[in-house]
Design a protein around this ligand. Structure first.
Ligand code: NAD
Ligand code: MG
Length: 401
């Protein structure tokens, strides 16, 4: 049935790149969507503006000092917003009985517990926070199934694959649907053509200057190392119930084809569009309907060329690390993700070099222990010990500089 009451939306990570794009889509459809809760980490000024414009029932900040400051602002502006403080309240708003839809757009492992809370509360989850799924894999997918949650991918590649799959793929599995494999496309980031001898001197700003997408700094560095594609490969394995061998990673520098599905009869379905995250966001929000996302129509005369290539192992060692981690399974993807988060932050803080990111991840994986990780506790433990180990490696790398 189609309800005429607006859908109540909770946005985890409202102040980020995905969060603000989500609000931009909502702004165009205020009759369909109502912002129920907004959460942020440190970007208080942005959250203030969002509270003024959307007047959510709740605004959540993990840190008490910032929450107090927001509360005074809300009072001064006479807004009808309740400010909540502390990480537990991320879970509270994500699972609130009045919420229909949760946009999971926190970056990194910090998003796992609130996103899982949304799954356990049977919400419609719009998943941008790939790290949460990479870490918890089967545990997250089981929670979605068990509690009747709906999971829709926001990552542009996974959203594209979802659009190219037949509707019954969830019940039947992709082999029964006559599918040969999945083609995961990636731009190759800003260093696709850069001389490998110059990798040691890459600066954070250079790594964050993505040619096609405007994103948060962590995912921008991940795109430059192609760990982003590695995390996406793992994400695709869980979302579509496939093995790493069933996914082919193809370089496509224009970012116009967002990914493809190859069928046994020789057909290949691709989803295309301008590189603008409002397309997958609007697709998932309105699914199965279609709404205006504010994205310009794709102009083929303007693009003129779509090109493809094989990713080089030497240029992108993180891609193989991620694929191997998925094949090993258990807590390996959680350890990979934790080491990567630490390495990327250390690179952004100019403590380690760009080329040391993959070294640090590899060393962490070989030096921390494998475990089957069948419980959430085991996943969180793996995250913690890999993180601690990676921090020690950063210290050693700093000393040896
Ligand atoms: P961002 O850095 O722009 O925003 C991150 C958001 O998370 C902010 O609102 C921030 O306040 C919040 N946050 C950060 N640390 C937090 C913590 N410890 N506790 C609570 N909240 C915290 O990142 P982004 O680019 O919007 O990416 C968000 C997620 O979406 C990532 O997982 C990313 O991989 C994924 N994603 C992003 C894009 C994109 O185009 N930006 C595309 C595909 C997938
Ligand atoms: Mg992506």
């Amino acid at each position: 049935f189609i309800s005429d009451k607006p859908e109540q939306v909770c946005i985890l990570g409202a102040t980020g790149s995905i969060g603000t794009n989500t609000l931009d889509v909502i702004r165009r459809h205020r009759d369909k969507y109502h912002v129920f809760a907004l959460t942020a980490h440190r970007n208080l000024e942005q959250l203030k503006l969002q509270c003024e414009e959307f007047e959510p029932k709740f605004a959540v900040l993990p840190e008490a000092e910032l929450a107090d400051e927001l509360a005074s602002f809300i009072k001064y502006k006479k807004l009808d917003v309740e400010v909540l403080q502390g990480v537990d309240n991320l879970e509270f708003v994500a699972s609130h009985h009045q919420v229909d839809t949760v946009m999971a757009a926190i970056v990194g492992a910090a998003g796992l517990l609130p996103t899982l809370a949304a799954a356990k509360a049977g919400k419609k989850i719009l998943l941008a926070n790939k790290e949460a799924l990479v870490m918890s894999g089967a545990i997250f997918m089981d929670a979605v199934k068990k509690h009747g949650a709906t999971l829709l991918p926001i990552d542009s590649e996974h959203n594209a694959i979802f659009q190219c799959l037949p509707e019954h793929f969830v019940e039947q599995g992709i082999e029964q649907c006559g599918i040969h494999n999945i083609v995961l496309t990636g731009s190759g980031g800003p260093f696709l053509k850069k001389d490998l001898n110059q990798f040691a001197t890459i600066t954070p700003d250079e790594a964050c200057a993505h040619p096609n997408w405007d994103m948060g700094r962590k995912i921008s560095v991940d795109s430059a190392t192609m760990m982003n594609k590695g995390l996406e490969l793992i994400e695709a394995c869980w979302l579509f119930d496939v093995k790493p061998e069933q996914i082919e990673v193809v370089l496509h520098p224009q970012s116009i084809i967002h990914s493809m599905v190859r069928y046994n009869d020789g057909s290949v379905l691709a989803q295309m569009g301008n590189p603008d995250m409002r397309t997958p966001i609007a697709h998932a929000m309105a699914f199965p309907e279609r709404i205006n996302a504010g994205v310009a129509p794709l102009d083929f005369m303007e693009i003129s060329q779509l090109t493809f290539d094989r990713p080089s192992q030497e240029r992108y060692p993180c891609l193989a690390l991620a694929s191997e981690a998925m094949k090993k399974g258990g807590n390996t993807p959680a350890r990979l993700n934790a080491a990567n988060e630490v390495a990327v932050q250390a690179f952004l803080d100019e403590k380690i070099r760009f080329s040391q990111i993959s070294e640090l991840i590899q060393q962490t994986l070989t030096s921390t222990e494998y475990d089957e990780a069948l419980t959430l506790e085991a996943v969180l433990a793996a995250d913690k010990f890999a993180r601690d180990y990676a921090h020690q490696l950063v210290q050693q790398m700093v000393t040896n500089h």
